[in-house]
Ligand binder design. Structure first.
Ligand code: SF4
Length: 768
């Protein structure tokens, strides 16, 4: 059958795209960043549309950036533009003038499109019409919305058990769509609600909930400006959260210091040339990092323990190095943590971390007198077997310094997708909650299921084992985002029906269930009109502030439907007229959805009123207030964390996946990684020059990469070797190309986040 030939990722391509290498960049942004941003925006949208739309990006009453979840300033916004290069690229992707029409689908078979690169698939343009891929068909064909909803309703109603359905959410969906979707899944009878945070910050949520009583960060943007020290660990803000550099530069201007901890020294953390600052543009810009600690992949815990040991050793009477009042009054577990620390020899910890002791001492000199410390982190800490403990060790450091619950101090997990935090806040969660159950019972008289649903990894396993048969994705490119690409592809193809609610074509549309639907939806930048009224949606940023997003462009096609309406129609088609929820009325009236959220989700009181006032409102945050009574023991908790164990043979490496500067999650904007000096190619493996020598490899040699876990070998063929300053026996490859090496059954303890940042691999030179 034609479907069997579908390509699950582009790794099998024989072609390279023409690599060029230069020296890595020494700074981020600057005039080049502005030029690239405008090239993308104007190239996709045309000049007038580009400038008009960019002017509204991240402004109060404007369009929330569809990129990352970095917050906007609370007070005034810059008239020159409140966006970064990658925000402009994200908007350009969504507001492109290119269209994937019904003719396009008639012309290209699914198998043909599956052989295109992710870049080419994404560049095809905006989807314009609901499409169906019928069982055994080679091409998608148009379907009416009515028939699409009927088909979904029939399949969902026909399942033996509601737990045979999976309802996935990407972090793009608004609070309104996500709440309705969660309400529908619960009314239908399942908590199988995996979401993209299962693959990214779930480890942060688990660690922070149990140590400080809230699974979100505690700081605001203003805190970053006021911190004495910001530690950026396992994060590359220059590419993934670029406007964070503005906040770090502001912190530096006010006398703050920045310590960066990462296996790769990234350009954005070296120096930042703010395009909005005349002096930055005329000079070398702002040096961001004061001390860089090049840690080995996943050896952050030994490094943090070494720092803690040194701080404790400096803590003489009245020295103020540790905050003893805070430790005594506000925390539990310090003694146990300290006595565990005594078990380790300092030299061994330093050796395991891979960092020079002198550099550690420089960091300790900065940290010892500081009273206001913020730790920022991302996937570099969360996507490991010990992802939860990585975060707990960061919390240990903050707690011993009394650096949480006060201005300029606290935790800062930096979220990747623009509303990933909001979706979770309004109920996209696979674990049972008595609070949600009782409020939905009260509001709708719905009995909510109370057994644990599947997270992302377990959803894939359930589909693979044919325990789940219908997969619905509210946004996202599930196949490319998920680990173990071939396994995930098999899982999706085992389904009876797969449904994607999407703005653009992506690889998940090519590797489908027996029958597949693509339901095209409005983008953030587009007008969302009903009865002549322009509706707006709301989102929550990485720092817990809820605000509006108003689209202003004409929709890409007259056949698009908004996400809340799509969800409401699926619910209506499945649960029928006798459902206790009036789905169709609710789906069309976002004020009404927000009123329901206000009734059933804590912290959203007076939602409709507060969200349009000023620039929105902050959700309650106990850790920000220094209230830890929600934690077991009613105080913040120190944790005893183990050292990671990565015994490597001489021919083994630990591989981390990374994003290039020309991508956002699974969306590939281009083939350049300007900051790392790699142009026009994505199938590269970054390798230490000494390791290259040891393995007799030269620059741009071709290697196959294999991972070996539990008796199974996974292969990512044909990567070009790029010499790079990365610790010995560490490698880096781009996501999603290397996802195929991440075993589905290797994930973080306690959070089930795939271990995409520490995959044990081997390499083999391909003879050419
Ligand atoms: S920092 Fe993130 S939210 Fe802000 S403009 Fe850039 S991509 Fe968009």
């Amino acid at each position: 059958m034609a479907k069997d030939k579908r390509n699950v990722n582009e790794n099998t391509s024989e072609e390279f795209t023409g690599i060029k290498l230069t020296k890595p960049a020494s700074y981020a942004a600057g005039a080049r960043g502005v030029k690239v941003a405008l090239e993308h925006a104007v190239g996709e949208m045309g000049a007038v549309r580009a400038f008009q739309t960019l002017a509204k990006l991240n402004q109060v009453g404007g369009i929330d950036c569809p990129g990352c979840a970095w917050p906007d300033p609370d007070d005034k916004r810059s008239v020159l533009g409140e966006y970064c290069e990658n925000g402009a690229k994200a908007l350009a992707e969504e507001a492109t003038l290119k269209r994937v029409t019904t003719d396009f689908f008639a012309e290209h078979s699914v198998t043909e499109m599956s052989n295109w690169s992710d870049f080419k698939i994404g560049k095809s343009g905006r989807l314009t019409h609901p499409m169906v891929l019928e069982k055994g068909a080679t091409h998608y064909k148009p379907i009416s919305w009515e028939d699409a909803f009927k088909l979904i309703g029939k399949e969902l109603s026909g399942l033996n058990d509601p737990n045979e359905a999976i309802f996935y959410t990407s972090g793009r969906s608004s609070n309104e769509a996500a709440f309705l979707y969660g309400l529908f899944a619960r009314a239908y009878g399942t908590l199988n609600m995996p979401d993209c945070s299962n693959m990214c910050h779930e480890s942060s949520g688990v660690a922070l909930s149990s140590t400080v009583g809230i699974g979100k960060g505690s700081v605001t943007l203003d805190d970053l400006h006021k911190a004495e020290v910001v530690i950026v660990i396992g994060q590359n803000p220059g590419t993934n959260h670029p406007r964070m550099l503005t906040a770090l530069a502001k912190c530096k201007d006010a006398g703050g210091k920045v310590i960066s901890i990462n296996p790769l020294e990234e350009a954005g953390l070296k120096r930042f040339k703010n395009p909005q600052s005349v002096s930055d543009m005329l000079t070398l810009g702002t040096a961001i990092t004061d001390v860089f600690l090049r840690v080995r992949i996943n050896e952050d815990i030994p490094l943090l323990k070494a720092i803690q040991k040194k701080l404790i050793a400096l803590d003489k009477e009245d020295s103020g190095v540790l905050d003893h009042d805070f430790i005594v009054d506000q925390t539990v577990g310090f003694k146990a943590m300290k006595s565990d620390l005594n078990k380790y020899e300092l030299d061994e910890l330093i050796d395991q971390s891979g960092v020079e002791e002198e550099a550690i001492d420089d960091a300790v000199d900065i940290l010892a007198p500081a009273k206001k410390i913020i730790i920022c982190w991302a996937m570099g800490l969360t996507q490991h077997k010990n992802g939860v403990e990585n975060i707990k060790e960061c919390v240990n450091l903050l707690l011993m310094k009394g650096s949480i619950g006060k201005e300029g101090a606290g935790t800062c997990p930096v979220r990747g997708h623009s509303n990933v935090q909001g979706d979770r806040s309004v109920g996209i969660v696979h674990t049972p909650s008595k609070a949600i159950a009782s409020s939905l019972k009260k509001a709708f008289d719905i009995d909510v299921p109370m057994e644990h649903g599947y997270d992302t990894v377990h959803s894939i396993m359930a589909m693979h084992d044919k325990k789940a048969k219908v997969f619905i994705a509210l946004g996202g490119n599930f196949l490319s985002a998920a680990p173990d690409t071939a396994y995930t592809a098999k899982a999706l193809s085992n389904c009876k029906l797969t449904v994607s609610v999407s703005t653009k074509l992506n690889r998940t549309h090519m590797v489908t269930g027996k029958t597949a639907l693509i339901l095209p939806t409005l983008g953030r930048s587009e007008k969302d009109e009903s009865n002549g009224k322009n509706r707006f949606v709301t989102v929550e940023n990485s720092m817990g502030k809820v605000h509006t997003s108003h689209g202003s462009l004409d929709p890409a096609s007259a056949h698009l439907m908004s996400e809340p309406e799509i969800v409401a129609n699926i619910a209506y088609a499945t649960l029928g007229e006798n459902s206790k929820v009036d789905w169709l009325s609710l789906g069309s009236d976002y004020d009404a959805i927000r009123d329901v959220i206000a009734d059933v989700v804590g912290g959203f009181e007076d939602y409709n009123k507060r969200v349009v006032k000023d620039s929105g409102f902050y959700l309650p945050n106990n850790a920000r207030e220094g209230d830890f009574t929600k934690v077991k023991g009613r105080k913040a908790r120190f944790s005893v964390c183990s050292l990671p164990d990565h015994e490597l043979e001489a021919d083994e490496f630990l591989l981390t996946t990374i994003r290039s500067h020309d991508q956002f999650n699974t969306t590939i904007y281009g083939l350049d990684d300007r900051y790392r000096g790699v142009y026009n190619e994505r199938r590269v493996v970054f390798m230490n020059p000494n390791d290259m020598k040891y393995h007799k490899l030269k620059k741009l040699d071709i290697v196959d990469i294999t991972s070996h876990y539990d008796g199974k070998t996974r292969l990512a063929p044909k990567f070009l070797v790029v010499p790079y300053q990365i610790p010995s026996q560490n490698l880096a490859c781009y996501f999603p190309e290397a996802n195929t090496l991440v075993p589905i059954d290797q994930f973080a303890d306690g959070s089930h986040t795939p271990i995409s940042k520490s995959v044990k691999v081997k390499i083999k030179k391909v003879q050419t």
